[in-house]
Structures are given as C-alpha cells and as structure tokens.
Design a protein around this ligand. Structure first.
Ligand code: ACM
Length: 417
C-alpha cells in the first residue's frame, strides 16, 4: 500500500499506516505536517557558531551549507529546493534542545543536521523522539546508542580505537594517561580505552577530566611529568585543545617520548594552536584533509572556494558534508510523494556515497556508517601525515566493547546470549 496525504486524509486505519511505514501508530499525528510544501524541503542546521566548541562546529555548519548549495545548484532533489534553517545553539546543551524544538515543531524541518558534543546530542534526542523527526549526527562519539531518530555518520570506538590503541602500545609503550573534557563522551570513550588496555596488558597511570572551556593545564601537565606515561590519550574538546597543546610544549615535554594521541584533535584545532604545537602528536580518524583521493581534492577545493583560502576541512566536517548527500539520495528515492522523517530514515538505510574518505554506507542494522579508519601524525604545516590506513571500510559496531549487546533497526538494544 502506498501512503500519501490523500489516503491519510481519507482516514486510513492507523494500524495500516503504521505497518506500511514501519513506525508506531503515534507517528500518524505528524504525517499530516507539510514537510515538502511548495516545491521546497526545509532542513535544520544546528551547529554552534559561538561558544567553546564553535572552533570545530563552525566548520560543520559550513560543510552542511556547502552541500545544500551544491544540491540546489544541481536542480534540488526531484526538482525540490532544499532550504536550510540555521540556528546557533551556542555550545550549550539546553539551547540545543530549545533550538531543536523550534526547528522541528516551529519550522517543520523534515530532518536536522547537527551537534558536535555528545552532551548536545543527548539533549536534543527527546525532541526528535517525541516528534518522530530525524537527526543527522556527523561527529565521532562513544557508541552505546542506537536511537530510531538518529542517523549516525561519525566514527564509533571500533572505527577509531580498535587499531589505534595496539599501534600506540607497539610504538610507544603500555603506560597511558587519560585526559578528557568533563562530560559523557570522554568518560565513555575512556571506558572503552580502559577495556582495550586491560585486554592488551596496558596500564592507566592517570585519568583526569577538565571542565569544557578549561584553559589552565599546568596542574595536569605536572601530573604528566610525575607519572611519565608513554602516551597521553586525549579526548579534550573545543578551545581547550589549543591551550593543552601550547602549554604541553611550553612545559618542555617531547612528543617523541610522550605523544598526545587524540580522537578529537583535527586540522581546525591544529590551525588555531599553530602547526608547531601539534607537530609530532597523533590522531585516529576516518578522514584527514591531506588524504589523497579525487573526491577529497574536489571537497577541499570547493570548501576553500566557498569559505576562504585559509580554511581547513576535518574529520567531522567531512561527514557533515557527505551526510547531506546521503540525505539527498534518500529523499530522491522517495520521489515526489509524502516525504516524512521515518520514510527518509528507511530510504537512507543501505545508501552508499563516494565520500572524500572513501565509499561510505549507512548500515541498515543500526543507522551508523561504514567508514575508513586512519592514523595521522601532525606536522608543523598543520596537516597530518597519514601513516596507517584501513584497507577496507569498517563496519560500525556501536556496542563493540560490550559483548552481547547489538543495535536493532528499531532502535532497541538486544542482548545476545
Ligand atoms: C563528542 O562529544 N562526541 C566529541
């Protein structure tokens, strides 16, 4: 049975619609919203342009807008123009929730592209769940989540840590100091790191969390000196990344002996701190600006042309960009009929796109994305030299570190015996 507005208005039985869409009957209420009215499709763009994570989130706004402009320049989606509604949630989770509600309820956006921190993703989730809307989240995160209302295009721990931790142990040693910003992502990501270190015979010699926006690292750096780790594993985010690297170098520490190994330091933070402060440290991510592929050359060139010659691309702006093209493909698949968030989600499952990092795919099993893990060493130029690279795309396993738990397409977590 094909669902369109006409047969909905005729009073089609709720159960029939629910069965056809694969979503609960509660969705019916929202199906009457005019999501694709007047030949336009409204989408929300919810990235911080101010506050402590604007240092990275501004690039996510830019990548999203650029992809939307590309789509519209090529004729839109099935002739429909994509209209971005931009909000600045100011790096504040409560403001994220408030703006998300405005985009979904007030603006009737059919999807929202947004968030860097997991704290802001967690803050908006109830809005998307309540209104059965769809959130496209491009940021690497800690896993252990599979909401029905999110498409996850950033890396989960098996796509960032699985090869990185053994590589760090092999090249530098087993003693790790874990330093992160004080919120859910660094704590959960460090729990995965501790599980891996235990399996590999590693040791945690210190674990510390600093407030978001923290800029005074002398006490932490004294602890690095006291405990002499082989690796400083950093999940510090935002402006603090700049302060940490500058103060590390000013304290006379040497990345050849005690490198920082990060999941959150990208070209944008290195540009802000200055290449000499990043040089010799490492990041694990599926994308670096220096990656040599025709798709990446095009992406970098277009980004600079649109936003400025000095602008950098990074491992969060790249998924922020490609996820809009995956959205385009999903909506295109739906044709010109009713375009609703649950239909888009279903159509997005299995979509593939030749992204700057390589061919990516949305996994229908869990709405996360197949990606291409890499390890980069930062150079004084501000770019990363890619020193390790996966030979195949890596399946997203959001519960990888927690055996027995898997996502299902309905957003449930199943425990396998
Ligand atoms: C993050 O908070 N997911 C970087």
């Amino acid at each position: 049975m094909k669902i369109n507005r006409r047969n909905f208005l005729k009073g089609t039985a709720a159960a029939g619609v629910a069965a056809a869409t694969g979503f609960p009957h509660i969705w019916i209420k929202n199906a009457s919203l005019a999501y694709a009215a007047g030949g336009e499709i409204k989408v929300g763009v919810l990235y911080s342009l101010t506050g402590t994570t604007a240092i990275i989130e501004t690039s996510l706004n830019h990548a999203t807008i650029m992809a939307i402009e590309e789509i519209n320049a090529a004729g839109g989606i099935n002739g429909m123009k994509v209209v971005p509604v931009v909000e600045d949630p100011a790096s504040d989770p409560a403001t994220f929730a408030e703006k998300a509600r405005r985009l979904v309820v007030g603006e009737k956006c059919v999807s929202v592209f947004g968030s860097y921190t997991s704290a802001s993703r967690k803050a908006v989730l109830p809005v998307f769940e309540k209104y059965h809307n769809l959130y496209w989240y491009p940021t690497l995160y800690e896993g252990r989540e599979c909401s029905t209302n999110v498409i996850y295009t950033g890396a989960v721990p098996n796509q960032q840590q699985k090869d990185f931790i053994p590589w760090l142990i092999k090249n530098f040693g087993k003693k790790f100091y874990l330093i992160g910003s004080n919120y859910i992502y660094p704590k959960e990501e460090n729990n995965v790191c501790k599980i891996l270190l235990k399996r590999l015979g590693g040791e945690v010699v210190g674990e510390e969390y600093v407030p978001l926006g923290h800029s005074e690292f002398s006490a932490v750096i004294n602890k690095f000196k006291e405990t002499q780790p082989n690796v400083i594993f950093s999940t510090v985010v935002g402006d603090s990344v700049v302060a940490l690297h500058r103060q590390y170098k000013a304290a006379g520490l040497n990345p050849k002996k005690m490198p920082m190994a990060s999941l959150t330091t990208s070209e944008d933070e290195v540009a802000a701190m200055g290449g000499e402060f990043g040089a010799g440290h490492f990041t694990s991510a599926p994308y670096f600006m220096s990656y040599d592929s025709p798709e990446n050359h095009r992406f970098v060139e277009a980004f600079k042309k649109r936003w400025g010659k000095d602008k950098t691309t990074n491992f969060v702006s790249e998924p922020a960009y490609f996820q809009v093209h995956l959205f385009r493909q999903a909506v295109a698949k739906l044709g010109k009929g009713d375009i609703t968030p649950p239909q888009i989600r279903k159509a997005a499952w299995g979509q593939e796109y030749k992204a700057p990092e390589g061919l990516v795919k949305i996994d229908p099993k869990n709405s996360h994305t197949y990606l291409w893990p890499k390890i980069g060493e930062w150079q004084a130029s501000g770019q990363a030299k890619i020193i390790e690279e996966s030979k195949e795309w890596v399946e997203p396993l959001p519960y990888w570190a927690y055996p027995g738990q898997v996502c299902t397409p309905t957003g449930m977590v199943e425990k396998k015996s």
